[in-house]
Write a new protein. Sequence first.
Lengths: 111, 112
Amino acid sequence: SQKIEQNSEALNIQEGKTATLTCNYTNYSPAYLQWYRQDPGRGPVFLLLIRENEKEKRKERLKVTFDTTLKQSLFHITASQPADSATYLCALWGGSYIPTFGRGTSLIVHP
Amino acid sequence: DGGITQSPKYLFRKEGQNVTLSCEQNLNHDAMYWYRQDPGQGLRLIYYSQIVNDFQKGDIAEGYSVSREKKESFPLTVTSAQKNPTAFYLCASSIAPSDEQYFGPGTRLTVT
């Protein structure tokens, strides 16, 4: 069955460092992959979209990579700030154009 | 001010009662979605609609029903047949099915 894995353990880093979050998938051939940020008790907010034929996408301090051979996407936040603390969700779209979301990874940036 | 709204933010119901959650968007989006989120879990798709008067079951549609009579509105009814209805419910919309999704603030439903 299709499976999306994000690290369930929280990622703790110091302010100013680069945070790297991982999204692995199996039994899936996604056409698109998206990353969202979710704060407690609120709806997710879209961050970045990357297509299967793209290797990397950037937006300000954010960078996403997509390796269809490794079946993995990495999400990087450079020069992290305490305000970046949140849960980050990856979502994959396959041929049906219906999304499947991962459980998310909590990022905690310490001042 | 364009956006997607859900009401109410908190909802309490007794077991055995049906309850309808509201979702409205003024973004002129064709696609709308309902998700359920449980603690420590990802978003699970309940129903989705790609166009007015059409909707499809998602992964966990049992015990839920929807309607899409207007482009702007996609209400979700949680019926008494839903075994474990207490959860955080999120509505989303997008221009097209593969585009970024805009989420509402969510409704936290508690059934006792």
